[in-house]
Design a protein around this ligand. Structure first.
Ligand code: GTP
Ligand code: MG
Length: 220
């Protein structure tokens, strides 16, 4: 399997200039991909296990603590949430997967919301899969990533909560993850390391999004 080749070249960009976020505001929440905004602006969506830090990352990127709702209890985000940035592109906060304490019916419903968005949303330019940097590779995430590959979904991986590890532990976990991915993929996707607590990885992620947006503009 190979990744979305167009985007990998941006991941290691040097000489970072942080793209300015001048405005970020909530637009709409819903369960149905057909009711999402229809203005055709590019979207960057965040997915991952419940509690991995998707909503916190959106707040960190936009520097607005209360833009996306966060919680120490898993299962906070249950809808597709659109946040418009600089009136030009969207950050999309999705519900988490894999929260075992949810009932079967609700798990199924969330699965439908998530897969409906990921498979049908043409505006989704990049899906960021968030992985908790503290843990060894988990089956549920690896299967989810495999499913993305089978469906040709462009994605990048963001390791979260880097502040909770020492530098050595972090490096060791990242290496393990890369090796696990390389068992199945010919090349690695764009990888980012973040901490919403300490704003680590903010400029790298914003620069990446900025470059993808620029490529889209140039292709128009
Ligand atoms: P769901 O909406 O339930 O799927 O969760 P989520 O992925 O949106 O997670 P959320 O952002 O709500 O964060 C879950 C918990 O992790 C909260 O208690 C956050 O404060 C904490 N958290 C998120 N990111 C970080 C981080 O970078 N560092 C640390 N230390 N804690 C974090
Ligand atoms: Mg959330």
């Amino acid at each position: 399997m190979t990744f979305f080749a167009n985007c990998t070249k941006f991941a290691n960009s040097k000489n970072l200039r942080t793209m300015e976020i001048k405005s970020a505001r909530f637009i709409i929440s819903n369960t149905d991909v057909r009711k999402c905004p229809q203005d055709g602006k590019p979207e960057y969506a965040f997915i991952g296990r419940s509690n991995v830090g998707k909503s916190s990352l959106i707040n960190m990127l936009t520097r607005q603590n209360k833009l996306a709702m966060t919680s120490a209890t898993p299962g906070k985000t249950l809808l597709i949430n659109h946040f418009l940035v600089n009136d030009a592109w969207y950050l999309v906060d999705l519900p988490g997967y894999g929260y075992a304490k949810r009932g079967k019916a609700q798990q199924q419903k969330l699965k439908e919301i998530i897969s409906g968005y990921i498979l049908e949303r043409e505006q989704m330019t990049m899906l960021f899969v968030l992985i908790d940097s503290r843990h060894a590779p988990q089956k549920i995430d690896l299967e989810f990533i495999e499913w993305l590959g089978e469906n040709g979904v462009p994605f990048a991986i963001i390791f979260t909560k880097a502040d909770k590890l020492t530098r050595t532990e972090l490096q060791s976990n990242l290496n393990k993850y890369k090796n696990t991915l390389l068992e199945q993929w010919e090349e690695l996707p764009p990888l980012f390391v973040t901490s919403s607590e300490r704003a680590i990885g903010r400029s790298e992620l914003l620069e990446y999004i900025h470059n993808v947006n620029k490529t889209i503009q140039e292709g128009k």
